[in-house]
Design a binder for this molecule. Structure first.
Ligand code: PEP
Ligand code: MG
Length: 543
């Protein structure tokens, strides 16, 4: 018999978690329900509406504060005005009267009343009323969404302890994830190297992906229990299942605690090889965890999140102070800051670069920065300024040709001369395209260090999009073709410091293969450092 409450998928981020479902939809995809109610149900339907309206008011207040501070105060006023409309007592009376008269479900009543008001406003000649008619559509959508438990806003207002259930999470969604409010994530899509996987791993949030028909099976009031290592989740578990889950979680937590106790010690293989384990970070929380978990440096500081969480181009000072704040826990460690790796699926809402038929092969990474030199210069200047406090090197993303490196070095020299900086930072190249791996010797001769990004290297070598569920069986990060390129990079690195910073670096089944190819530095999600160091200690390259 099929067990409808059992969800199976693939592990995106290890761990075990339980919590109340928070359904996240980026679009209204659910059909509008219509059902009749009995007279005695009027009170409870009205209660649902009141709760939904209260929720929307809370969201509107949050939007008001965020938009007023992030964008401008005038725009913020829109949300204040919408709150006043919802608070109008006559609206509540009208909704109740309609419920009593029509005896249909709350969603239908809300749609009917808001539509009525929208029509009244649109027929009035004054343009202010036209705006009010738009507000009515917006409020109607918000209240209906709230009734259905759908939160169309970015994930910034998730109630604490939630399990996010969604079709997929894009980078712009995941920048709002926080370990404080999110216990776990279950997705219908998402491969092991998808951005959702990377970010959940970075936050240490247990997650599974590729769960078919997920949104049909899960409902708003459900409780979900995730066992990411077993690649399953259970909807509304029975008591005995919760008991078993807690016993297993206790053991897992204890093992992690054991690993954590040794995480500040060096990682040396059984055959005596010292392996350096560094951290990939994107925010202050990561930086903190990296230090707590014994990171021996920051092998990759992804700066995209800083830009993606904004509604407008950030000012230079804003970027400087945010980067300074993020890096503060890492003072004293060597930090590799990657220049903004934007393009393809990591887009900025305020940077319109034009549509491309194949954006993954288009204007992204360093290509995009060279097309927008001002953007590149701001970043270089920010990093140069931060070097008075931190030991920072610069990493160039998505390099394919030597010209990418030469042009970046030229931009850096321009910045140094223009602003009077004397000490040149070390400059490194990502090896994440087959072209870069195959031409590694020449690339190495132009830079001070190299970092292999196996996520993109796998995507481009296997011709399999890292975000696609349909071809995820082709996205094989330890495929011999990918490992051959890693091996060539090691051989042709001209002795430059070389790290692997893609997700394979924390894949316990693949670490030995990487070490056998000569890799001696791994850079991984901060929460995984203790387990990765432990794995290294169990390996002998002589076996
Ligand atoms: C990679 O491609 O392996 C990498 C580390 O960069 P990102 O995942 O940020 O594209
Ligand atoms: Mg990459």
């Amino acid at each position: 018999m099929v067990d409808e409450n059992m969800l199976s998928g693939i592990c995106l981020s290890e761990g075990m978690a339980m919590g109340k479902v928070y359904i996240y939809q980026d679009m209204l995809q659910i059909s509008d329900d219509f059902y009749n109610i009995e007279e005695f149900q009027v009170k409870s339907e009205m209660n649902r509406i009141k709760i939904a309206i209260d929720d929307v008011i809370k969201d509107l207040r949050i939007s008001y504060h965020r938009i007023s501070t992030d964008v401008d105060s005038e725009l913020g006023e829109i949300f204040k005005a919408q709150e006043l409309m919802l608070r109008d007592m006559s609206l509540e009376k009208e909704l109740l009267a309609e419920l009593e008269k029509e005896l249909t479900n709350a969603e239908q009543i809300v749609i009917r009343i808001f539509n009525r008001w929208q029509k009244i406003f649109i027929d009035l000649p004054d343009p202010t009323f036209q705006q009010k008619s738009e507000d009515m559509i917006d409020l109607c959508r918000r209240v209906v969404n709230s009734l259905k438990g759908i939160h169309a806003n970015p994930l910034e207002n998730v109630p604490s302890g939630s399990i996010i259930v969604a079709k997929r999470l894009l980078p712009s969604d995941t920048v709002f994830l926080s370990r404080k409010s999110v216990n776990g994530v279950v997705l219908e899509e998402g491969g092991p190297a998808s951005h959702a996987a990377i970010l959940t791993r970075e936050f240490g949030i247990p997650a599974i992906g590729q769960v078919s028909d997920l949104l049909k099976k899960v409902h708003i009031d459900d409780i979900i229990m995730i066992d990411a290592e077993a690649e399953i989740a259970r909807i509304n578990p029975k008591e005995i299942e919760i008991d078993n889950f807690q016993i297993k979680k206790y053991k897992v937590d204890n093992t992690i605690l054991m690993f954590k106790k040794r995480c500040k010690k060096q990682a040396i293989t059984r055959c005596g090889r010292r392996i350096t384990v560094m951290a990939n970070i994107g925010c202050r929380e990561d930086a903190q965890t990296a230090v707590e978990n014994g990171a021996e440096g920051i092998g990759l500081f992804r700066t995209e999140t800083l830009y993606m969480s904004k509604k407008h181009f950030p000012e230079e000072d804003e970027i400087y102070s945010e980067m300074k704040n993020i890096l503060q826990p890492c003072e004293g460690l060597n930090i590799v800051a990657r220049l903004l790796d934007i393009g393809a699926d990591k887009s900025l809402p305020y940077l319109k670069t034009g549509l491309e038929s194949n954006p993954v092969l288009g204007l992204r990474g360093i290509r995009l920065l060279l097309a927008y030199p001002e953007l590149l210069r701001t970043q270089i200047k920010t990093i140069l300024k931060l070097r008075s406090i931190f030991d920072i090197d610069i990493l160039i993303p998505m390099v394919t040709v030597i010209g990418d490196i030469q042009a970046t070095i030229t931009e850096m020299e321009i910045c140094m001369a223009a602003y009077g900086f004397r000490n040149k930072p070390r400059m490194g190249s990502m090896i994440e395209t087959p072209a870069a791996a195959l031409d590694c010797k020449r690339i190495a001769s132009h830079v001070d260090f190299l970092s292999i990004g196996t996520n993109d290297l796998t995507q481009y070598t296997m011709a399999a999009c890292r975000e696609s569920t349909l071809v995820s069986n082709y996205f094989i990060e330890d495929h011999p073709a990918v490992l051959k390129l890693v091996s060539m990079t090691v051989e042709q690195s001209l002795g430059r410091p070389l790290a692997v910073c893609g997700e394979i670096a924390s894949n316990c089944k693949a670490i030995k293969k990487l070490l056998s190819l000569g890799i001696r530095t791994l850079s991984v999600s901060p929460s995984l450092i203790p387990a990765v160091k432990q794995k290294i200690r169990e390996i002998s390259l002589k076996d």
